[in-house]
Design a protein around this ligand. Sequence first.
Ligand SMILES: [Zn+2]
Length: 194
Amino acid sequence: MFIEPSIGRQKSSGNRGQIEVICGSMFSGKTEELIRRLNRAKIAKQKVEIFKPSIDKRYDENAVVSHNDNSIRSTPVNFANDILLLSGDCDVVGIDEVQFFDEQIVPVAQKLANQGKRVILAGLDMDFEGNPFDPMPKLMAIAEYVTKVNAICMKCGDLAAFSFRLSDAKEKVVLGEKESYEARCRKCFNEDKK
Ligand SMILES: [Zn+2]
């Protein structure tokens, strides 16, 4: 369980920016963990803004919605740079599905943190072929804290770190949920890999 190292100090010692990355496969609870941290920041009376790429239209247009319907209002944006303009004077910036942003998300996250904001980024660390999902590796490198969450393999019940695509589609980005993907452990992922 991630315990915020600076949540109580934020106001007293001046804002200290930092970057946190929450990564993992599909069905690993990344968004739930993002929402948990953002709700705790709200309890600490911090001003929170939440963004997601407008590519992710699976659910409610204006909400970061996790799979268990525990949701929080968010702003869909087209480009990473939009976040700089829209985050204003908030203390905490949450970004969901961060793997779908352009490469500018890396300097954007740096700038926000350098301005003293706490930046919490949640995203897929690997694509459906098991390769690193850019720009996640760079974001993980510049983060103070990286939390990798695991799903449960839907084939054997072990811990799962891979997102297995059930269809034959070859594009990197195919949005979908239970009907298109399964969380898999390494062994079960490789067994059925096309
Ligand atoms: Zn398995």
